[in-house]
Design a protein around this ligand. Structure first.
Ligand SMILES: *Cc1c(COP(=O)(O)O)cnc(C)c1O
Length: 429
């Protein structure tokens, strides 16, 4: 195993020395002053990307490409001969307390591979939160790839914050020989889900429930990095409770592309086989793996700062927004904003923000759409957040002057979750 880590350890050392060297150059001084309020970031690799639509929109920096990707190994991953890929897989397996890992192109692929490799014999069904990505936003992949049906679970307790054992019990399909049924074979959790963090005790309770009922437990951990940071626990505390975990590196971690599936050797071997069958076997993927590895080691430690900035944005909007509200607790990097009652239109807000180089989702929203999801990531600066709050304040002032502030409307086709009327704000791109 240690031979797998060595090439990377060497590269890591080289990187540090290159960065130390570059730090002395005068050109860095300007970048430094820009970063004064954001000092925990690895300065040389920081770049400002004021895009709040999603944390997938981080951009690889020139340095990441020149220093990290360029020095990656160039072996063939289908031959399992690329050191950077194997080093990343090993690294994530270690961090999560599992035997093996598989680096893939997307989180959809790692989720779908986990299901396909776990659910070998139909008829079968899975249980997951009805808001889950695997159920709603993976193009019906579960039905297509794994011949599986889903029983979506509604979170009822805790104001719908997260599903519980009681919620799962309601939908659980027992394997009792009834030919009408597709027995539950797997439970899939998502953490964070819409930016909210599932408490570790609940995950542990669900693990016990899964054991008692002899079903597998999968985690869509696209943002488990955020959950662990927000909960203040070790990544392992969460991930070791699962049979398989999908972790995105292309979101909060800030890597250009990819997702890692982890589990035991048998599962990963099967997943690798299915990945080839799905056409996802890739060749010289080392550059991408090296970037992901670097980002885990260097960007992940800045995540706490990102979460703090999300809270700061939410507080600023509530303070200056004159009726604009944050309708979900800010627990990690997402802020859910509702303009209803403030008299501001989402379209106007987005136009004004664009003038400052800031982008948000639902840019050409209809007038009835008042809600939007704002996502923060490591390349969003404190300055961009201050600009954001300033735009909200200016727009809110206009709204008050023109007497457009009202009490929130109750119409529209909205669904109820978290005890709040909600519109569809998920950014699907
Ligand atoms: C983004 C995301 C995925 C995977 O998305 P890809 O675009 O396929 O990488 C899976 N689950 C959740 C919760 C996500 O947010």
């Amino acid at each position: 195993m240690s031979t797998l880590i060595q090439p990377w350890a060497f590269r890591g050392q080289r990187l540090v020395s290159t960065r130390a060297l570059l730090t002395n150059r005068a050109i860095v001084a300007t970048a430094r002053s820009l970063l004064a309020t954001f000092s925990t970031l690895p300065a040389l690799h920081h770049r400002i990307v004021a895009d709040f639509r999603s944390d997938t929109l981080t951009k690889p920096t020139d340095e990441m490409i020149k220093e990290v990707m360029l020095s990656a190994s160039r072996g063939d991953d289908v031959y399992e001969e690329d050191d950077s890929v194997r080093s990343l897989e090993h690294h994530v397996a270690q961090l999560t307390g599992h035997e093996a890992g598989l680096f893939c192109a997307s989180g959809t692929m790692t989720n779908q591979l986990a299901f396909r490799a776990s659910l070998l014999t139909p008829p079968a069904s899975i249980l997951c939160d009805r808001r889950s990505h695997v159920y709603r936003y993976e193009a019906g992949g579960l039905a297509a790839h794994s011949q599986t049906t889903v029983y979506p679970v509604q979170a009822i307790a805790n104001k719908g914050h997260h599903i519980t054992v009681q919620d799962l019990e309601r939908e659980f399909v027992v394997d009792d020989g009834d030919v009408h049924m597709a027995p539950t074979r797997l439970i899939s959790l998502e953490n964070t889900l819409d930016g909210t963090v599932m408490p570790l005790q609940e995950v542990q309770a669900i693990r016990r429930f899964a054991n008692e009922n002899k079903v597998r437990l999968h985690l869509d951990g696209a943002r488990i990095w955020n959950a662990a940071v927000a909960a203040g626990c070790d990544l392992k505390d969460y991930t070791q409770e699962f049979d398989s975990v999908s972790l995105c590196v292309s979101k909060g971690i800030g890597a250009p592309i990819g997702s890692v599936l982890i589990g035991n050797r048998g599962l990963i071997k099967k997943a690798r086989h299915f990945r080839k069958m799905f056409g996802g076997g890739w060749r010289q993927a080392g550059g991408l793996a090296a970037a992901a590895h670097w980002c885990i080691d260097n960007v992940w430690p800045t995540m706490k700062e990102t979460h703090r900035l999300a809270k700061y944005l939410a507080e600023g909007i509530e303070r200056e927004g004159r009726g604009a509200s944050i309708y979900q607790p800010v627990e990690s990097n997402m802020v859910f904003l509702d303009l209803a009652g403030s008299g501001m239109l989402l379209r106007d807000l987005s136009q004004k923000l664009k003038g400052k180089g800031i982008r948000i989702g639902n840019e050409d929203a209809a007038e009835s759409q008042t809600q939007v999801r704002l996502v923060l990531h490591w390349q969003i600066s404190r300055e961009a957040v201050d600009d954001f709050i300033e735009v909200v304040r200016d727009l809110a002032e206009v709204s008050v002057r023109e007497d457009r502030v009202s009490s929130p409307s109750e119409e529209d086709d909205e669904s109820e979750t978290n005890g709040k009327k909600q519109q569809t704000v998920y950014c699907r791109r």
